[in-house]
Design a protein around this ligand. Sequence first.
Ligand code: FAD
Ligand code: UDP
Length: 389
Amino acid sequence: MTAATLRDPADLSGADLVVVGAGFFGLTVAEQVASLGKTVVVLDRRPHLGGNAYSESDPETGIEVHRYGAHLFHTSNERVWRYVNRFTDFTGYQHRVFSVSAGRVYPLPINLGTLCEYFGRQLTPEQARELIREQAAEIETGAADNLEDRAISLIGRPLYEAFIRGYTQKQWQTDPRDLPAEVITRLPVRYTFDNRYFSDRYEGLPVDGYTAWLQRMADHPRIEIRLCTDWFDVRSTVRPGTPVVYTGPVDRFFDHAAGRLGWRTLDFRSEVLPVGDFQGTSVMNYADVDVPYTRIHEFRHFHPERDYPADRTVIVREYSRPAGEGDEPYYPVNTPRDRAVLQRYRELAAREPDVLFGGRLGTYQYLDMHMAIASALTLFDNEVRPRLS
Ligand code: FAD
Ligand code: UDP
């Protein structure tokens, strides 16, 4: 059966495989399945494909805005880099972030430039290491099993308080002592003046935007995308035994039978301002708790190579809060209670032989785009292809 014959939007009976969620994970699986000559239907309850990586042009200025928060592509995975280059070229954009703490601006991640500026003197790499060693001696890294202790064991209390404590409290609204230590290890500390945010071999932004990239992944006669379609409304029409790749929230799949997993959501407040440049860079973090937002994105700076208007700019303030009923789940909070609940869902998932859970929401895991793509390719190789051949 070809995709063109699958006409009734509520009918999934002709699909060889159903993918729930048109984000990077779901589209990667769909693209691989279609390349095998099989028919795949991808459902998404949103009115567009791309999941959280979706972007569109601001109607007033033409500036590309990432609707669900700024997305920076970076990877050191050779397979992923080869794969993504089949669908898009990348610009040479390199991400750099600054942080405002007590009214002063510092480069992030914490590097020699941040340390010299913060301590108000020139430091050699060795002097800086020694200084941080002294400040961090309070807690041994091996004994630090939560975010606060791990951060103090890595950078010492003064820097933790200047750059991490307030920001983390605003971002997670959870006591940093209840957060997993791994969250902070995503941020490196460097004893050079290198202030690139990511350390990966490859980095860049899609030349003609995320949506063009995602559309090219979906552009195959064997892939049918059905937008504005919720899995839970159409699941009964799937032919029994058809494999389903589910990338929605795992707790919702089981009707929250083992309780709700904790998610954080974000509110984005967007403004068009009558200036050519608001902050001189793409992302400015705000470390102090008395500023209610965590960061401001100025989207024109992601594409300096483009011909954007010289007299207008788009800025987006980002606010973070716990996700309630009906909010978009963005980040797994991952407290010890969440991990126990997740274990119950893993047990329930193991009893669903036709459903494969994947992606950021389906596995309740922080996944960058390159990780979502890598994990989708692995799921395809190990679980999907054997079922379809
Ligand atoms: P998603 O993109 O979330 O896609 C899941 C899709 O499933 C959604 O479209 C949803 O509508 C759909 N869905 C859910 N339930 C149902 C249902 N019942 N029926 C139908 N459809 C359903 N990664 C980076 O590499 N760099 C970054 O800078 C970066 N920044 C990020 C910033 C933010 C604010 C967020 C939230 C994420 C960021 N990411 C970044 C991560 C990136 O968004 C993910 O890696 C990527 O989106 C993962 O894709 P996914 O397919 O797993 O999930
Ligand atoms: N973080 C911080 N101050 C900053 C930037 C990050 O304390 O200025 C902490 C915060 O807890 C965050 C974590 O470091 O969740 C990881 O940072 P990253 O930029 O990867 O955050 P993301 O927005 O992707 O969660």
